[in-house]
Design a protein around this ligand. Structure first.
Ligand SMILES: [Zn+2]
Length: 241
């Protein structure tokens, strides 16, 4: 096929620009799916970290609590032993002194038991918290699995469509066959990804930036030439009637 200067390139460029908008939309959709998946996974890992921290604290408090319980039991046994031994003391003064000491130690043990009770309540609360977090994590994991299954199907559909559009775009670009025009289009599309090609309004105005273009521009466009707006640099087309 002869490369004539009259080959109307504008319609091809318009097609490419439409394909590009669709391609960008699908790519954004894929990105959104991926972003949501990541956000969900991140929320789960954050909760898992929290869960691990709770579990560690819980283990520490439990160990402390059981140590303290044993310690108190030993003290209790010892004091009971001494209480039993009281009767063997035949000296009244010695007996009195021993009783006072026993009372004193008993009070101390009582205080330790109060603290132990507080610790046990703390363990209980932590345990309840941990279980709640665990339930939340497993709920979120279930939701993530469901989301991944559903979005995988969507993503596959989008990918297929994307490949079709990209193949179509490659075909159109080949039809243009003019690298200068394609490069020009790429530059414009990079600057104005959503509307690289805009309508001429009222025969000589750019609808992108409202610049007056002069009467000659509409003639060039009608011929199929690729014309840039002198104001914003977008490619111009006549409005579809
Ligand atoms: Zn313009």
């Amino acid at each position: 096929m002869a490369d004539t200067p009259n080959t109307p390139l504008l319609p091809l460029i318009i097609d490419i620009s439409k394909l590009d908008v669709q391609i960008a939309g699908l790519q954004a959709q894929l990105k959104q799916i991926e972003t949501e998946r990541k956000n969900r996974a991140q929320a789960i890992s954050a909760l898992e970290l929290k869960k691990d921290a709770r579990a560690k604290l819980l283990a520490e408090k439990r160990a402390l609590s059981s140590r303290e319980e044993k310690g108190i039991k030993v003290e209790r046994d010892r004091i009971n032993e001494r209480r039993r031994a009281l009767s063997t003391l035949n000296n009244y003064k010695l007996q009195q002194a021993a009783e006072r000491e026993i009372d004193f130690v008993s009070k101390q043990i009582g205080q330790r038991e109060e603290l132990l009770l507080g610790l046990m309540r703390e363990v209980e609360t932590l345990d309840k918290d941990s279980k709640e977090i665990e339930a939340t994590v497993s709920g979120l994991q279930g939701e993530l699995v469901a989301f991944e299954a559903a979005s995988q199907e969507t993503a596959q559909g989008v990918q297929t469509r994307l490949q079709e559009l990209q193949a179509e775009r490659a075909k159109q670009a080949q039809l243009v066959g003019n690298n200068q025009v394609l490069t020009l289009y790429s530059r414009v599309a990079a600057r104005f990804p959503s509307d690289p090609v805009v309508d001429v309004v009222n025969r000589d105005g750019c609808s992108g930036c409202h610049m007056k273009l002069g009467p000659q521009v509409a003639v060039q466009i009608a011929r199929g030439d690729v014309v840039k707006c002198i104001g914003c640099g977008r490619i111009l087309k006549l409005p579809a009637e």
